[in-house]
Ligand binder design. Structure first.
Ligand code: ADQ
Length: 457
C-alpha cells in the first residue's frame, strides 16, 4: 500500500499524552507509511487570505493544518456541520437550524481543504477522510482530477432516508458520498440506511454484498465498528493516576454504591433522561436512598451553538431539583461536574463504580461504554447499562440494554445492575471483554484500510 493520508476536521499529534485512542490507532497506521495527517488547525483568524498550510513533523508523520476565517468557522463548523448535520444525523429534526447561508460555507471550506491538500498528494497515496464535516471532500478532489483511492468513515449515525430527506441538500450530500471508493459506518443499521437511501431515493442498484451503484458510480459500503485501544486502557488502569483515583473514590464513598456517567455535554447523550431515570430509581426502590450516588461528568462542548446552552440549563435544573428533593445532610444523590476528567484518571473512576450509565438517545458508537467495561476488575466487575440506540449496542449485547426514553424501564435496569450477583457480573463482563478485545481500535483501522486496499482501482 502507498502512503496513508488521513484527513479529519482536527489534527492531533499521536505522540502527545492524552491524544486518545483514535489518534493512537491512526498514528500507528500513519507511521508505518510515513503518512500525512491533514485538517483544520482549530484556530480561527480575522481573515485568511492565502490560507497558508502549516506543516510540522511528528516523528515519521507530517501534520499539515490550515486556519479558518471567523466567517468560515461559523458557517462550516458551527453552522452546517453542527447545526444541521449533527442534529439530523442524530434523528433530531427539532434541533436542526436549516440556515440556507451555511451550506455555502460548508462547500467553501471543503473546496478550500481539497485545494490545499491536492498539491501535497502523490499518485499512489491512499486517502482516508473522517466524519460529517468532510462529506464532499472526495468529490472536490475528484473534480481536480485525483484518481487515488479515497475512503470515508462516518463516526456518527446515518438516519433513515425519511429523516435525511429533511435536509434541503440531501441529494447532493448522498451523491457526494459516491465519490469515495469505500464508505465505512459504525454499524449495520447505519449501513442499511445508506443502502436504502441509494436504492429507493436515488434509484440505484445493489451489486454483490456491499457494492452500491447510483449516479454512474459504484461505492462499497461496510459496517466497520470503531473500538478502543484496550492495551492503552489497561496500562492506564495500572498507572498511578488511575489507582489513586479509584482509591480516593472508594474511600470518600465507602458507605455508598457509585454509578458513573462520563459524556460530552451534548443533547445526543440522553443526560436529562438519565437523571429522570435515576430519580425514578430512588422513588421506586427507596432502599437506594442514602446509598446510590451518581457521579455525572459532562465535558463542555460546542458552547457557541444555542442548543448546547439549552441542554446545560435543563441538566443543571434536573440535578439541582433531585438533590434538593432527595438529598440529606450526609448524602447527595447526584454529583454533577461540568468538566473534562484527565484521561489517565478515567479508568480509576470507572473501576470505582458499581454501574456505568451510557444512555444516549442516539450515538454512532460510544467509546465510553467500551472504556467502562475494559476498566473493570474481571473478578468483581461493575455492570454496564447501555442504550439500545448507541452503536455499541450492536456488539455489547451482554450489557443491560435499555430504551432511554422509557424512564421506568431504565430505572428497573439500574436496579437490576445494582443487585446483580457477582457470578452473573463476571460472566457478562468476560463476554463483553471478548468482543471489545477482538474488535479494538487497531482491528478497526486495519479492517478499514484492508478493505480500501481491496477496492478495484
Ligand atoms: P463522541 O460523541 O465524542 O465521539 P464518545 O465515543 O463517547 O463520543 O467519546 C469520545 C471520548 O471522549 C472517549 O474516549 C471519552 O473517554 C472521552 N470523554 C467524553 N467525556 C469526557 C469527560 N467528561 N472527561 C474526559 N473524557 C471524556 C464521536 C461519536 C461517537 C463515536 C466516536 C468515535 O459521537 O459515537 O464513538 O466519535 O468514533
Amino acid at each position: 500500500m502507498g502512503r496513508l493520508v488521513v484527513v479529519a476536521n482536527r489534527v492531533a499529534d499521536p505522540r502527545k499524552p492524552g491524544a486518545g485512542g483514535l489518534a493512537v490507532a491512526l498514528g500507528e497506521a500513519l507511521r508505518a507509511s510515513g503518512g500525512l495527517w491533514f485538517g483544520w488547525s482549530g484556530r480561527t483568524v480575522e481573515s485568511c487570505s492565502g490560507n497558508r498550510v502549516h506543516q510540522q513533523r511528528a516523528g515519521e508523520i507530517t501534520l499539515a493544518t490550515v486556519d479558518l476565517s471567523h466567517a468560515d468557522y461559523r458557517a462550516y463548523y458551527l453552522g452546517y456541520s453542527n447545526s444541521v448535520l449533527w442534529p439530523v444525523f442524530h434523528y433530531r429534526l427539532d434541533l436542526a437550524d436549516f440556515d440556507a447561508g451555511d451550506i455555502e460555507g460548508y462547500r467553501r471550506v471543503n473546496r478550500l481543504l481539497a485545494h490545499k491538500l491536492e498539491p501535497m498528494l502523490r499518485p499512489d497515496d491512499v486517502i482516508w477522510v473522517h466524519d460529517y464535516h468532510l462529506i464532499p471532500l472526495a468529490a472536490e478532489l475528484r473534480a481536480m482530477g485525483c484518481a487515488q483511492r479515497i475512503g470515508f468513515f462516518l463516526h456518527i449515525p446515518l438516519p433513515p432516508r425519511t429523516i435525511l430527506a429533511a435536509i434541503p441538500q440531501h441529494g447532493w450530500l448522498m451523491r457526494s458520498l459516491m465519490a469515495y471508493d469505500l464508505v465505512g459506518f459504525q454499524g449495520a443499521t447505519d449501513r442499511d440506511h445508506f443502502a436504502d437511501y441509494v436504492l429507493r431515493e436515488a434509484g440505484g442498484q445493489m451489486q454483490g454484498d456491499d457494492r452500491l451503484h447510483a449516479w454512474g458510480r459504484t461505492v462499497r459500503a461496510r459496517a466497520v465498528p470503531i473500538g478502543i485501544d484496550v492495551a492503552e486502557l489497561e496500562s492506564m488502569a495500572r498507572g498511578e493516576e488511575a489507582r489513586e483515583m479509584r482509591r480516593a473514590m472508594r474511600e470518600n464513598y465507602a458507605q455508598r454504591r457509585l454509578l458513573v456517567g462520563v459524556d460530552r455535554l451534548d443533547y445526543s447523550k440522553g443526560l436529562p433522561q438519565r437523571i429522570r431515570a435515576f430519580r425514578r430509581l430512588l422513588e421506586q426502590y427507596p432502599e437506594n436512598r442514602r446509598s446510590a450516588t451518581l457521579i455525572q461528568v459532562a465535558a463542555p462542548s460546542r458552547e457557541d451553538v444555542d442548543a448546547y446552552g439549552d441542554i446545560r440549563h435543563e441538566l443543571e435544573t434536573l440535578c439541582g431539583a433531585l438533590n434538593g428533593d432527595f438529598g440529606e445532610l450526609d448524602w447527595m444523590p447526584v454529583r454533577y461536574i461540568r468538566r473534562t476528567v484527565a484521561r489517565k484518571r478515567l479508568p480509576g473512576l470507572y473501576a470505582a463504580s458499581a454501574v456505568g450509565l451510557v444512555t444516549p438517545l442516539r450515538d454512532g458508537m460510544n467509546l465510553v461504554a467500551k472504556e467502562y467495561v475494559a476498566s473493570q476488575d474481571p473478578a468483581d466487575p461493575g455492570v454496564l447499562v447501555l442504550s439500545r440506540f448507541a452503536g455499541a449496542a450492536e456488539q455489547l449485547v451482554e450489557a443491560l440494554l435499555v430504551n432511554p426514553y422509557d424512564t421506568a424501564g431504565t430505572a428497573d435496569a439500574i436496579q437490576q445492575a445494582l443487585r446483580m450477583p457477582q457470578e452473573e457480573r463476571v460472566v457478562r463482563h468476560a463476554r463483553l471483554m471478548q468482543s471489545i478485545r477482538s474488535h479494538d481500535v487497531h482491528w478497526w483501522a486495519h479492517e478499514f484500510l484492508h478493505a480500501l486496499a481491496d477496492v478495484d482501482a
